[in-house]
Design a protein. Structure first.
Length: 415
């Protein structure tokens, strides 16, 4: 049996985490999420794996290469334009010459694929969808089946008035190669919105099997953070570097005397935790990170090379590669400091605020809106002029000055 991992999406809802890498390459502990999919496939004896790519394909190809280091054989199929989840399968038509499994590269799951395939074969299905019970189905496609498991209805991202079931489409499918003949070529075409509803309407053998294991779509920052907490709680049955209630310290990590670590937490290779620092439960300190004296982490996820300054507080947030929190700064729930970005001394990222890569937030700022363009560096006097570090800063200053001057006044600037 073969498998296809869909890894071509841009992951716009997860930005800025996906500004410089595809969503399936976002790290879970010390490995990309997509590596978890390969572990799952290998566990179930599926080692011939293809991957459909479009957004930053070289990041996936250069990491996994031919797959040998991961115990599989990898092939890549790169879209030149978006073809949708189903449309992209035509790129791999020659590869998909037998029953195959489709996985989403941005999903974390320990689904029992062996049982799913057995169900598929027992039903003599053309397509089998793997479903999962969830508490809130509004963000997913809801699937309705009859008593035999045959699909009777699809509702894509329903309102509460349309919710007739709590079983949702996980994006895991078992398909027969004949299905490719039902997908139009060179046209955007989606499994959940197009192919499966059309097949069901024609009376084709489309079935659904409900899984009982773990599944999480890391579609937003909250889900991404939750997946880390779930992993550290031992809820994901995959070989991850976790120890429920314990501390995982990778080779070369240095924890100075007087530092406090509260399990479960993860300290990556070469990371340094200074004396007086506190790493709270459910925190991940990536490879090469530095947490300075007096700094405090709680449920924070630090990517490779991030730095938390003395007295800084990181609370249920994400610091991307090379991000820097200067002394006494603070980042709160579900905030993100992008790759190479700096949060100035004493500055605060309020809950949910995201700073795009390589931006600098001025010292003492209290940021309650995303920073995508420019920076928030402090304005300065130079040559008799007040100079601003960004158009946004100039616009705010102009608005404030106009309010102070009142009506029938003019404010003249110089570029």
């Amino acid at each position: 049996m073969k498998a296809i991992i869909m890894a071509g999406g841009e992951g716009t809802r997860l930005r800025p985490l996906t500004c410089d890498l595809p969503k399936p390459m976002a790290p879970l502990m010390d490995r990309p999420v997509m590596a978890c999919a390969l572990e799952l496939l290998k566990r179930h004896g599926i080692v011939e794996v293809g991957s459909t790519l479009m957004y930053l394909p070289e990041r996936v190809q250069s990491y996994f290469e031919d797959g040998a280091a991961f115990g599989v054989s990898m092939r890549y199929f790169v879209e030149k334009a978006p073809l949708g989840t189903a449309g992209s399968m035509h790129l791999a038509a020659d590869f998909l010459d037998e029953t195959f499994v489709v996985l989403s590269g941005d999903g974390v799951t320990d689904c029992d694929l062996t049982q799913a395939v057995r169900f598929h074969r027992e039903k003599k299905a053309l397509a089998t969808l793997v479903l999962k019970h969830v508490e809130n189905p509004l963000e997913y496609g809801v699937v309705i089946t009859d008593a035999s498991g045959r699909v009777t209805r699809f509702v894509e991202k329903p309102g509460w008035g349309e919710v007739f079931s709590d079983t949702v489409n996980t994006g895991i499918y078992i398909l027969e190669p004949q299905v490719l003949g039902l997908i139009p070529k060179d046209k955007a075409f989606d499994f959940g919105r197009d192919l499966f509803p059309q097949m069901a309407a024609r009376g084709e053998a489309v079935y659904a099997w409900t899984m009982s294991g773990y599944w999480c779509d890391i579609g937003d920052v909250a889900a991404y953070l939750r997946a880390h907490a779930d992993a550290m709680d031992g809820r994901i049955n995959l070989p991850l570097n976790v120890r429920p209630a314990g501390v995982i310290r990778m080779p070369g990590a240095r924890v100075e005397p007087g530092a406090v670590l509260e399990g479960p937490c993860f300290i990556g290779e070469g990371a340094v935790i200074r004396s007086g620092a506190r790493v709270g439960a459910y925190s991940v300190v990536g490879a090469g990170c530095v947490v300075e004296s007096g700094a405090s982490l709680k449920r924070a996820v630090l990517w490779k090379g991030a730095r938390v300054g003395a007295g800084a507080q990181a609370r249920c947030c994400v610091l991307m590669d090379g991000a820097r929190m200067e002394p006494d700064s603070a980042a709160f729930e579900e905030s993100v400091l992008g790759s190479g970005a700096t949060l100035g001394a004493g500055a605060s990222l309020m809950p949910g605020v995201r700073v795009w890569p390589r931006k600098r937030i001025e010292a003492g700022a209290r940021l309650d809106a995303n920073v995508v363009w420019g920076s928030t560096e402090r304005a300065s006097f130079e040559g008799g002029c007040l100079r601003f570090g960004s158009p946004d800063g100039a616009a705010r200053a102009g608005s404030a000055a106009a309010s102070a001057l009142g009506s029938k006044s003019a404010l003249v600037g110089r570029a």
